[in-house]
Design a protein around this ligand. Sequence first.
Ligand code: ADE
Length: 350
Amino acid sequence: MKKILAEIIAEWYRGHKRDLPWRRNPDAYRVWVSEIMLQQTRVEAVKPYYERFLRELPTVRDLAQAQEDKLLKLWEGLGYYNRVRNMQQAAQQIMIDYQGKFPDTYEEIRSLKGIGSYTAGAISAFAYGIPKAAVDGNVLRVVSRITGSRKDVMKQSVRREMEEELEKIIPENAASDFNQGLIELGAIVCLPNGEPRCKECPAAPFCEARKQGTIAEIPVKSKGKARKIEDRTVLVFKDGKKLAIRKRPGKGLLAGLYEFPNEKGHLTLDEVSAYSKKIGLMPVRIKELGQAKHIFSHIEWHMTGYEVIVDELEQTNERGFLFILPEEIEQEYPIPSAFEYYTRYAGIGR
Ligand code: ADE
């Protein structure tokens, strides 16, 4: 890409940027929180989460000291919960190593837990004006199209090479506008599926993919491994108004979050009845709740669910089951979206 085009993109950004909460007063903490949230989630979905997170945990110190359940509750529904666990570890690192002041060099920022080259580049450029690149999926698409590159954007080496190339042309004093311009082009002009809006694109006269008619083929992405499919049965045990939930283990998928009890496989109504009795919960009535699917990055849950009304005298905490009122679950206990179909049924709503 040419230097002149970098200037044009930065200038275009100044005139066309959307007014987004994290673009106002972009200090390092605010940029960090927004970029981590935006990694796997759409802008519109992130907005309310971002505002609430900043309100509840306005400083690095607040984040470092937050209780785990509170932290996960603030993240509930965003998915990829390790992102926020890593953020807390990084905040604790900042408290110890930098007395709570966010570090202001790329290398120090990059060394924090959960911060890779994209996020470190974004914080460095947006908050401090440091001339580093911030190459995410959007930027890989935009730059691959502009340069007509058919290299596999799933490869780390291709990303690294792009970072190096971009860093050669970042306009003077415009690291933020240039990087955000590329991101913004990817978000509102150079769209991933369907027709990109080339008529609105300041880079169109320079765009190789457009010239060659290869926009639909670029970026080239190698296929990842197929996801593993897991059948599960979700059980909504009800005792009066209270529902059984339990905390997941501290490691692995959805670590530390709360869930409805669930078992491997698709159980029949009779099997659910037998299972309930086995764990000491006497079923009074069992109802099928229907099927739901949830897709994680490496795994898919294909779920079936049952509501099991239990006899209140038989309540047990043997398996870590907690019987909690739905309103209280809604306020205090983080439940991942994987269970949304069943939480909605149970009157726990977002
Ligand atoms: N996607 C990733 N980072 C973004 C940002 N800062 N603004 C809008 N969309 C984004």
